[in-house]
Design a protein around this ligand. Structure first.
Ligand code: MG
Length: 321
């Protein structure tokens, strides 16, 4: 297998997919060495991607300038998904600490959420930061039930929910209670819709469990209403996904990156040589889709910018001038 796999083998269900991919789009392996990768995040200030090796208890880094993969942090408590906030700080899920953490510029760590109404969280899996500074995260139990992905533990509140951390007072509120195993999540470009994936089919007997993405109307920036299924992902599960600036959903699956229109129409899929665990948009112009797989990181050139991407701080000064 070469390092570059042409996307010619992609499945086109709707011609709109062709407009979303760069003309020379190919899935290119950038590096790896992980036991199970998750949580890719593009850092605009560094022109780099960091991601979690969950069982390896470390964070890896791919740097565009050198093309090399290095170890960013070791001895991390089973990290999973992450996002960057409006001030460029990384917000990260920790299975081991059963918490959502913010990494401060001076090296300290701030706990944003570790419990709800006096009970511990399960194992925060993926997280997004809204433009108002609120932090929204999924809390399935994989980190307390799957060997090697955390420490065995109890579901102290007895379910698997999505929570919101208030940007003003830090209060943690349950916002989505009707997803069996909430996992990936992302906002629509205008942040009026929150998408949440349900990966309960993973580990369940064949033919049982969910493998879909649900959509919720975000009311007053703090409540989720009118939940409905917008996309069924198969084969595999939509562990993680991102939305582009046009509102299309780019999701992981067992064998490919699958693309859905905002109304849920499947546009097609681009095969990847491994299971896809999660994706993120990035690159200097925000149009590169970085693809996490169990062992490593790949990239795919698209023609659309990811929704809600933050520009490098140096570039944003120029743009504001
Ligand atoms: Mg996940």
């Amino acid at each position: 297998m070469t390092d570059v796999q042409l996307a010619a083998s992609m499945v086109v269900d709707d011609a709109r997919l062709l407009d979303l991919l760069a003309p020379d789009a190919a899935v290119e392996r950038l590096g790896g060495g992980a036991a199970w990768s998750e949580g890719p995040l593009y850092l605009p200030d560094d022109d780099a991607v960091i991601w979690s090796d969950i069982p390896g208890k470390r964070v890896l880094r791919w740097t565009a300038a050198t093309g090399e993969v290095t170890v960013d942090r070791e001895g991390v408590e089973y990290p999973n998904g992450r996002a960057v906030d409006g001030q460029g700080r990384v917000v990260e899920c920790s299975h081991g600490e059963r918490a959502v953490l913010r990494l401060e510029s001076d090296g300290r760590t701030t706990v944003l959420a570790a419990g709800w109404q006096g009970r511990r969280l399960n194992s925060p899996n993926d997280v997004v930061v809204r433009s108002d500074g609120s932090v929204w995260f999924s809390d399935p139990a994989y980190g307390i039930t799957v060997p090697g992905f955390g420490y065995p533990g109890e579901r102290e509140y007895g379910d698997n929910w999505v929570f919101r951390v208030d940007p003003e007072d830090g209060h943690v509120t349950a916002v989505v209670l009707d997803v069996e195993d909430p996992n990936g999540l992302a906002f629509s470009p205008d942040e009026t819709v929150l998408y949440v994936s349900d990966t309960s089919a993973s580990g369940a007997p064949t033919g049982t469990g969910n493998h879909h993405i649900r959509a919720y109307d975000v009311v007053d920036g703090r409540q989720c209403k009118n939940g409905r299924v917008v996309a069924e992902v198969s084969p595999g599960v939509p562990d993680g996904f991102r939305v582009d600036g046009l509102g299309n959903i780019w999701t992981s699956s067992q064998d490919s990156v699958q693309v859905f229109a905002p109304d849920g129409t499947r546009l097609g899929s681009v095969p990847v040589p491994e299971v896809v665990t999660n994706v993120c948009f990035g690159g200097s112009d925000g149009t590169t889709l970085f693809i996490g797989t169990p062992t490593g990181l790949y990239r795919l050139a698209t023609s659309v910018r990811g929704a809600g991407l933050r520009a490098p701080r140096t570039a944003s000064v120029t743009a504001d001038a």
